[in-house]
Every structure is written in structure tokens, then in C-alpha cells.
Design a protein around this ligand. Sequence first.
Ligand code: AMP
Ligand code: MG
Length: 428
Amino acid sequence: MQSKSKHRQRFGYSTIQEALEKFLSNVDDSKISLAVEIVSLEDAKDRVLAKDLASRIDLPPFKRAAMDGYAVLARDTKGASKKNPVLLDVIGSISAGEQTSFRVKSTKVVGIATGARMPKGADAVMMVEYTQRQNQKVKIFQEVESGKHVALKGEDVKKGQIVLQKGRWLTPQDVGIIAATGINKVHVFRKPRIAIFSTGSELVEPGSVNGAGCIFESNRRMISGMVTEYGADVVDLGICKDDRDAIKARLKKALVFDAVIVSGGSSVGEKDFVPEIINEMGKPGVVVHGIAMKPGSPTALGFVNGKPIIAVPGYPVSAFVAFYIFGRALLQKILKTLGPKEGRLMARITDEVKLHEGKYTFLRVKVINDNGSYLAEPISAAGASLLSTLAYSNGMVIIGNRNKLRKGEKVEVVLLGGIRENFIGGAE
Ligand code: AMP
Ligand code: MG
């Protein structure tokens, strides 16, 4: 391994922002343009909308009752109170989905269910809770104003309105609104196919016999999970020894797909061949090598004939943060989306933390809800090889241009997991 200063000397560190800018501006849309495919709603969640989606109908599609009760003329309820109820005639009832021809005139009402079409003439719904039925009559104990508990046609969504825009990462709620407009198929981008392989002669597959000096391979599984989380399909190309020809051959296979993630061998050590090989295989080669972040500084970003390649360092936490920053941004760019949603919150740090000056530090934290305000307990700011520091944290604080965080300082946390709630009042 060569020293950090040697690394800096050879490449100079880019800031994360510079690296992102250099990398993303080199992404050639014409080389990675995703086809549009049509999927049914069952398969639409977590896909990216490829066309603006307009509603073909008004929502609600007709004027309807928003409560169970009686469709009335509001003015007939004037003066009604518990002591002085108004007595009105019930001329029928309408349930949801029923077509009727009732017309509500003065002193007449129609029983109505939530969601049922409002009868002609009626301008309000009197909630059943404030009435008392007496055969064909009903006692009304409260006034109601015109328009109350009536949902107007198109008040939710207007016919022709763009309900969701191109680039939208479809959530369950989105799928719900698409279904509500009567549409059962949507145009989405084809999922990019991301080839991934790990380099390292010491690596063996989990489940196999672990020989002397061997390390179980974990980055590929972890990053594959992130790839699918950010909307792409994984093409798993396995483990490759630290051998130039073997890596070249594997990279050649990988370059058939939309983008490539290579784990390990990205630094400047004797067996770190990946950046050189990227340069040898095509233009423009490596565009960024060495990033002012910790962990993750030996990350390399490049292109071979227009295909993006992210070479993440082998240390698992480095691999995670490098993919979190660059892999996620690449997939968002390819898929023309901002999604999927990411939770962030402000929390107070519970201890002083030393940061890596001149670099962005990826501090792993445990966020807890302390009676309604969030605390972030530092787990580790270093330890690129310590995967447990990542697995045991539920948040990450990304912070640059500082040498330390003071105890009690407010920081923004990217949530990586759920928060154990400490509910007010102690109920749990
Ligand atoms: P490298 O970046 O290739 O120099 O790898 C640094 C260290 O990270 C190696 O010594 C391995 O112990 C570990 N490592 C590399 N690749 C992986 C991997 N795919 N899974 C788990 N650990 C790895
Ligand atoms: Mg290695």
C-alpha cells in the first residue's frame, strides 16, 4: 500500500461536488438512453414514469356525499338544534354505486351513503350522527351550511390535469392515484442493467470454505441491493482475481450493460489495476481518481467508450459510501429521476466527534427519538473496514470543511434504517 500523501500527489483529491460534476457531465445520454416500456399497475411501484400522466376523468367523477347521512337543502335546516329539531320527509335513500332520479325539494331529504351520487336539488349532507329517524321522517338536530360534506366533481383531480410528471419515482400513493383515474398501464423507463464484479485474490463467496488468508466477499451483495433499491437490475459477474488479463476480460463482459460497478483494486497499490485498465480500454478513461471523502477516497470514476464505470474501494464502508454518492447519482441521472425518497432529519449529536479535515466525513450514527427530539449517537467516523459500524447504525451524517463536531450540535442525518421510538408518555 502506498501512503496517503503519495495518493494525493499522484491524483490530487477532487471534492465530492467536483467529482459528481465531472462524472455526471460526461454521461452521454445518446449512449445510455433507456427505452420506454409499458407496465401494468401491479408492477409500477418503484419504477420511473417516462411520460407525463394526465387524468382522463374528473375525480371525483361526480358530485358525491362525503359522509353518511341525509342529502338536504341546507336552508331547510335553519334554526335546527337539539332542543328545536326540524322534521323533514325522507323520500328515499341512495347507496354508493346506485343510479337514482330523486330530486330534493324543500322539506324533503334523501338518505345517503358516503360516496353515493348527490341527488338533484340537494346542496349539503346532514351527518347521520345529528339526526333521528322516525319512519318516513327524520329529526334534524343541527344546522348545516350549503356545500357541507359534499365532494364536488373534479375537486381532487380535474380531467386533463397532469397528475404525475415524467421522471416521477412511483410510490404506492402514486400507483393509487393512477388507479383512481382509471388507468391500468403506465409508461416507465426500462430498468438500467448494471454489471457488478469484485476484484481481489483474497475473496471467496460466502458459504464456501474459508481458506487461510481468505475474506468472504460482501461488497457485491451489499451494492447489488443498493442498485435494485435505486431502480436498476443487477448483472452479477462474480469475483475476479487481481490479475490484469482477468480484470480486462471481466470488464469487457461488463461493458455490454448500461454501467459497471467494480469493487476493489481502485487505489494506487501494487495490485490495484482497475483505474489503469479503465484507461487502457477506451476513451475518456478515468475522469476522477481520488476524492476528498472519508471513507471512500480511493474511488475512481470513468468511462469506456461512453459506458460509465464506478470503481469503488474494497473496504466495505468505503464501497458503501462511494456507491451511495456516485452510484445513486448516476442511476438518478440515467433514469431522469430524483427518487426514491430518502429520509433525512435534524438531530443533536451526543458527543464530540473529530472529523477528517479537508475531506467530507461519513459519520455513522445511531438516531434515537428522545421524547420528540432526535439525538444522533456517533458510532464511527473512521473504520472503513468495519462493516459492523454501518450495519449497526441507522443514519449517516455527511459533513465537510470542519475538523470537529461539538457535542449538542445540530446535524442533518440521512436515515439508513428505522428509528426506535421513545413515545411521549412512555407508551411503547
Ligand atoms: P482493496 O480496495 O482492493 O485494496 O481492498 C481493501 C480491503 O478491503 C481488502 O484487503 C479486503 O480485505 C477488503 N475487500 C476488498 N474487496 C472486498 C469485497 N468485495 N468484500 C469484502 N471485503 C473486501
Ligand atoms: Mg484488492
